[in-house]
Write a protein that binds this ligand. Structure first.
Ligand SMILES: [Zn+2]
Ligand SMILES: [Zn+2]
Length: 351
């Protein structure tokens, strides 16, 4: 089989490998769609604390496929079932895991991070993943592409659920990547009265706005704070999400937050970066400053239903599709920062 293998900073090659053989307590999945995430490109650029400098790894944690082999001791799964995967597997023993927060487990394993993931034609689903509830059967009408995108949506949903968005709320989304696109769709699905998206490139704003924005702000032309205040009649926004790793966006979000505003720092910053916060504003205005990372099994289950019901159309953030023969080109494309979401279809040679 073919696998796109990460071999240290900046290096991914398409290799012929033996098809993995599942153990008696494992399942083998034929990967049908695997989408490239900002985390994958970050790993390719700079490595990851869970991937050793001399290790090789098949990346890819946003994937769907069908079961082709079931180990003799596995119960409840059959060959032919269409499935998708929650990548983060909790240890099952810590305080976070016991609360159902597998994404917050300090001792997690994850597909595409320290277990071979989706950018290969066949992938083993480990016993721990099966026991942890990390394998989901896909709804019948869902495409593999959509199912592969439930994972990033579930991370958005994890952030979204604590922002308690109502139809009275004005929402600000800073960034124009696929995550920003999914937040635009969530804002629309939850009926926010106004949804403003901020980006620094006009063509990206034009691409993303139809997903759910009522207003756009081009930060290369306008002062973001002034423009958001103008667009909201001087009131500011109730909810803000920072979806790009720029400290300036966090400061802008804070500056335009209205009374009782909620902010989620969705995108992390380069390690060691700090941003000043006016804590008096937090105190007197009753602000909620939140963070989130990854998604729990429950977040994933809920995101799956948002896609199944058509409330969020995840395929609308996909701009580029590649077959397995062009997997390396797909990563080059994603690394170039062009377009929104790039998907690899490991069973197709070329698209
Ligand atoms: Zn991801
Ligand atoms: Zn744990």
């Amino acid at each position: 089989m073919l696998a796109a293998v990460f071999k240290g900073r900046g290096k991914v090659t398409l290799d012929e490998r033996d098809r993995p053989v599942p153990a008696a307590d494992e399942v083998l999945v034929r990967v049908r769609a695997a989408s490239i995430c900002g985390t994958d490109t970050k790993i390719i650029r700079g490595g990851h604390f869970r991937v050793g400098p001399d290790e090789t790894r098949v990346l890819g944690h946003e994937l769907a496929g069908d079961i082709v082999e079931v180990g003799a001791h596995v119960r409840g799964w059959q060959v032919g079932q269409r499935v998708s995967v929650v990548p983060n597997i909790g240890c099952g023993r810590c305080d976070m895991c016991r609360r159902g927060l597998n994404n917050m487990c300090p001792d997690y394993d994850a597909f595409g991070i320290n277990i071979d993931g989706g950018f290969q034609q066949y992938m083993v689903v480990t016993a721990a993943a099966l026991a942890g509830g990390n394998l989901f059967e896909m709804p019948a009408a869902m495409s593999y592409e959509e199912a592969s995108l439930v994972e990033p949506l579930s991370c958005c949903f994890n952030a979204w659920k604590d922002l308690t968005v109502t139809p009275e709320d004005r929402v600000l989304i800073l960034g124009t990547g696929p995550i920003a696109g999914m937040f635009l769709q969530l804002a629309r699905a939850y009926g926010a009265r106004q949804v403003i998206v901020v980006g620094r490139r006009a063509e990206r704003l034009a691409e993303i706005a139809p997903l759910g924005a009522t207003d756009t702000v081009d930060s290369s032309r306008a002062d973001v704070v002034d423009e958001v205040m103008r667009l909201t009649g001087g009131r500011g926004v109730d909810v803000a999400l920072t979806c790009a790793p720029a400290p300036g966006l966090q400061q802008q979000a804070m500056a335009v937050l209205a009374r009782y505003g909620r902010l989620n720092y969705f995108s992390g910053l380069t390690k060691g970066t700090t941003v000043e916060i006016d804590t008096n504003k937090v105190h007197y205005w009753g602000l909620k400053l939140l963070g989130s990372t990854g998604s729990s099994i429950q977040d994933y289950a809920r995101a799956l239903r948002l896609v199944e019901s058509g409330k969020v159309r995840v395929s609308d953030v996909v701009t580029h599709r590649f077959g397995m023969a062009d997997a390396v080109a797909a990563f080059d494309h994603a690394l170039s920062g062009k377009g929104m979401k790039t998907i690899i279809f490991p069973q197709e040679e070329r698209l």
